[in-house]
Design a protein around this ligand. Structure first.
Ligand SMILES: Nc1ncnc2c1ncn2[C@@H]1O[C@H](COP(=O)(O)OP(=O)(O)O)[C@@H](O)[C@H]1O
Ligand SMILES: [Mg+2]
Length: 377
């Protein structure tokens, strides 16, 4: 629709889509496979020893991949080093890593908060505040919906040659209220017919990207919403799904599918694309969980055969997969030499590896474990 100032902005139709999303046999097949994969993933969560420890790694992985989609340049090691208070690898800026750490905090915050209130606009703003806190986000109105027009386009594009101009502020507000109503529908009228939860996730994500209610962080927030909705609707008791792996691997199609929803109302195409991603990443996350379980058993056996300090050190490494001799020493309450000796033994057994190549401030990486989370796609 042309605006007073002459540019064309997009006014999103409300949810649920009209006509309704067609549940063709193909879509139903994809839905049932995605559901099954999520069910298996949720089942294995109960088998994870010390789930918090392992789920934390999944959350970091999702945070990293979702941030990478937006060009944020960081790695799992950098995120862990930042959290451990270690120096960043030489020549790396901390800013990008901080944004990933913010994402981890925002997701954990959202999950905690869902115990107190339903997924709603207020919670969305609170999570945005967590995500954008600090460096780059500060100037981008953290926690506030925009009060000016924005647009999506290649770097340096202006309103005039933007790829996509989201709704003006008044229409944005209407569309956001509609999203909230749509989210509450299921809570308020559980007996009515609703879209299956995974399809609801697909609808909410696409609609959120079209509304683009923040000055920045819309992509990441929209992806956080998927994890939070799966949690709120009790599809996954823990945030174990890293869907961003799929969205990153298929980034161009991801954007094209969103565009087709807006341009042609192609909700079916977007939904199918989304369901495929859920099945694929749920299966991968399940494989990862199985590997963690068997790796852990085997590593415990190896470390225990080396000695009791080594066994304790191993347990510590699962929570702190990048560490140094002093930190381990403090935790194990042993002498410096005992700590260094235990680390050397685990290094001999190929469980850890020194990564700095230096003589001082050496960092040991629990490589055998971290490899299980390394990107496969
Ligand atoms: N053509 C498009 N139509 C709708 N949404 C789009 C389109 N292209 C990109 N997007 C969405 O916009 C996001 C980027 O928006 P932005 O506010 O910069 O988020 P972030 O700061 O998290 O990068 C992408 O991740 C994608 O979800
Ligand atoms: Mg951005």
């Amino acid at each position: 629709m042309p605006q007073a100032t002459g540019y064309l902005a997009y006014l999103p139709a409300p949810l649920p889509p009209e006509p309704p999303v067609e549940l063709s046999p193909e879509t139903i097949g994809l839905l049932s496979r995605a559901d099954q994969a999520l069910g298996k993933l949720d089942g294995i969560a109960a088998l994870l020893p010390n789930p918090n420890l392992f789920v934390g790694m999944y959350v970091r992985k999702e945070a990293l991949l979702s941030s990478q989609i937006e060009g944020i340049d960081s790695t799992l090691d950098e995120v862990i080093r930042f959290e451990e208070g270690q120096d960043a690898p030489e020549g790396k800026r901390l800013r990008d890593t901080e944004e990933v750490v913010n994402y981890v905090r925002a997701l954990n915050y959202g999950i905690r908060r869902l115990a107190e209130l339903p997924l709603c606009l207020r919670l969305i703003r609170e999570i945005h505040a967590e995500l954008m806190r600090g460096v780059r986000g500060e100037g981008k109105a953290p926690g506030e919906f925009r009060v000016t027009q924005n647009w999506i386009g290649p770097q340096g594009a202006s309103l005039a040659n933007a790829t996509f101009v989201p709704p003006p502020v008044p229409e944005m507000t209407t569309a956001l209220n509609n999203v909230e109503t749509f989210l509450h529908e299921r809570n308020e009228h559980p007996a009515r017919a609703h879209y299956p939860v995974i399809i609801e996730c697909a609808l909410i994500h696409a609609q959120f990207e079209t509304i683009h209610p923040f000055l920045d962080g819309n992509g990441r927030l929209g992806r956080l919403l998927i994890a939070l909705l799966l949690h709120e609707r009790r599809v996954l008791s823990q945030p174990l799904l890293y869907l961003s792996l799929y969205l990153k691997g298929n980034r161009l199609e991801y954007y094209d599918r969103l565009t087709a929803v807006r341009k042609n109302g192609d909700w079916e195409g977007w939904t199918q694309f989304f369901l495929k991603g859920i099945e694929q990443t749920a299966q991968e996350a399940l494989e990862t969980a199985k590997k963690i379980i068997s790796f852990r058993e085997q590593a415990i056996r190896t470390a225990s055969s080396l000695g009791s300090t080594e066994a304790k050190l191993l347990e510590f490494l699962f929570g702190h997969p990048l560490t140094d001799i002093q930190t381990a020493q403090k935790h194990l309450e042993v002498s410096y030499n005992t700590s260094a000796g235990a680390i050397a033994k685990l290094a001999n057994a190929n469980l850890v590896r020194e990564i700095t190549g230096k003589q001082r401030n050496r960092i040991f990486r629990f490589t055998a474990y971290l490899e299980l989370f390394e990107e496969s796609a």
